[in-house]
Design a protein around this ligand. Structure first.
Ligand code: UDP
Length: 496
């Protein structure tokens, strides 16, 4: 009797309470919230702290989890828009944010820091998981005497590649900006050009300093979490842990794991999937298996009109049916006529379906009619394509996309590059326009390559195994939670 009482109280004492603090941008919020939901699925009590506008990205998912009696909730903190001179509701780095407003979002975030810290003290978590862009949380966690786990929105390969450039500066030895160099010290001989590197790695700027601070905070953290899985990039997973000297857990694919029901997939992001189903789903269901290309460039990108025309023409010439997720450019009205006529033409011929703004990507990718993607290599999309077993035409644009392309094309052999040459800022057009011939050639190569399809399918099977009991991500999750429980218990025993 006494023993079982003690065990029950031990078990109770080891129930974990956590805080998750995402960054203020859609594609960082989505995977971190999926992770938070996975911790709740494993019985950890979770509070996600964010601002009202940013909560709209995921609140529907949390509401669904509440109906499943999962211990998870959102705690809203108002964004100090007026204090930093922003209109109400502008509180995220997203595609519609005017460039000059971006520094004000950072200012607002700095103001919020104190409130976040107070909440951490008030809510008394046993550990915190915070986005990489909140490096200060490592000191707060130290003050509270609890582990801080840092969430990386990227791949192990991308982080390893950035580390290689920081350490060896191989691009400085290239003869010109378009000359190839090899990234030193990595498991594979990956080649890039200086123009494909993010600007902050090419030459130091303010962002380089921020990334240094983030790295230092990571080294002082309990460990890091990635939306990746061992079988996807095992060499880079091991390499990264070695060079950083830190613990890290790949617990992906988190979208596959956290969004098992169609209702979860439909609830994600800004989607009005239920209302729109009649359109895209009916169209997609009328197509043969693996015949449709899904063309999307993530949540942050806008192309200039000249580039939209090249994409449209390439798709029309490709002979493939397609879903194209398009975003208009408010400043360039001259593109409207082309896009309107294009949409009318491809609808009438049944060749294509345009989705304006936001697509229910998870639902679309799992549809049997989809045969491949044209993607910007955003990490979440790469992982989601791998889940779905789909090969990719790769068209990296900004952030760490060019590194992700190396993984997809050179390491995994599941992608065909359009041959993008130039990295650019997420909120700039850059000078490169990829021609319809280049796009068309990559699509044609993708279509005729049977092996690429087989490799993608094999990886999809590995992804599904990773999240099952005994799979690599499942084990990582279990072990991490166990470690965190032991830390809590030993603290309790030290301070009875
Ligand atoms: N996404 C979506 N519909 C869209 C655009 C994006 O569901 O129309 C989701 C996508 O599934 C992924 C995330 O938003 O989870 C985009 O992240 P990614 O890393 O691929 O690209 P980013 O938005 O950072 O460029």
């Amino acid at each position: 009797m006494e023993r079982s009482k003690r065990r029950r109280s031990m078990e109770k004492g080891s129930e974990l309470r956590s805080i998750f603090l995402p960054f203020l941008s859609t594609s960082h919020i989505i995977p971190l919230v999926d992770m938070a939901r996975l911790f709740a699925l494993h019985g950890v009590d979770v509070t996600i702290i964010t601002t009202p506008q940013n909560a709209t990205v995921f609140q529907k998912s949390i509401d669904l989890d509440a109906t499943r009696a999962r211990p998870i909730r959102t705690h809203l903190v108002n964004f100090p828009a007026a204090k930093v001179g922003l209109p109400p509701g502008i509180e995220a780095f997203n595609v519609d944010l005017p460039r000059e407003m971006a520094p004000k979002i950072y200012m607002g975030l700095a103001i919020l820091q104190q409130e976040f810290e107070q909440l951490f003290h008030h809510l008394k978590p046993d550990f915190i998981v915070t986005d990489m862009f909140h490096p200060w949380t490592v000191d707060t966690a130290a003050k509270l005497g609890i582990p801080r786990i840092m969430f990386h929105g990227a791949s192990y390969l991308a982080r390893s590649a950035a580390h290689s450039v920081e350490q060896y500066a191989p691009h400085l030895k290239a003869d010109s900006d378009s000359d190839k160099f090899v990234l030193p010290g990595l498991p594979d001989a990956l080649e890039m050009t200086p123009l494909q590197l993010p600007d902050w790695l090419r030459s130091p700027n303010q962002y380089t300093e921020l990334m240094k601070t983030i790295k230092e905070s990571e080294k002082k953290s309990y460990g890091s979490l990635f939306n990746s899985f061992y079988e996807l990039e095992s060499g880079y997973y091991e390499h990264y842990k070695k060079v950083m000297g830190t613990k890290s857990w790949g617990i992906g694919p988190v979208s596959l794991w956290a969004n098992q029901d169609a209702s979860d997939k439909a609830a994600r992001g800004y989607s009005k999937a239920e209302e729109e189903k009649e359109g895209w789903l009916t169209w997609l269901n009328s197509k043969p298996a693996s015949s449709v290309l899904y063309v999307s460039f993530g949540s942050m990108n806008k192309f200039p009109y000249s580039q939209l025309v090249e994409i449209g023409r390439a798709l029309e010439d490709s002979g493939s049916d397609f879903i194209w997720v398009v975003r208009k450019n408010e400043n360039e009205n001259d593109g409207d006529v082309f896009l309107e006529e294009f949409e009318k033409r491809v609808r009438e011929s049944g060749r294509g379906y345009l989705i304006w703004g936001w697509a229910p990507q998870l639902l679309i990718l799992e549809n049997a009619a989809i045969g491949g993607l044209v993607t910007h290599c955003g990490w979440n999309t790469v992982v989601e394509s791998v889940n779905a077993g789909l090969p990719m035409v790769t068209w990296p644009l900004f952030a760490e996309h060019f590194f992700n392309e190396k993984l997809v094309v050179d390491v995994l052999g599941i992608g065909v590059p359009v041959g993008a040459k130039e990295w650019r800022q997420w909120n700039e057009f850059g000078s490169e326009v990829v021609t319809k011939e280049e796009i068309g050639k990559a699509i044609a190569l993708l279509k005729e390559d049977e092996e690429i399809r087989k490799r993608a399918k094999k990886l999809s099977d590995a992804a599904k195994r990773a999240i099952q009991v005994g799979g690599s991500s499942h084990n990582n999750m279990r072990e991490l939670i166990q470690e965190l429980k032991e830390i809590k218990l030993s603290k309790a025993q030290a301070n009875p």
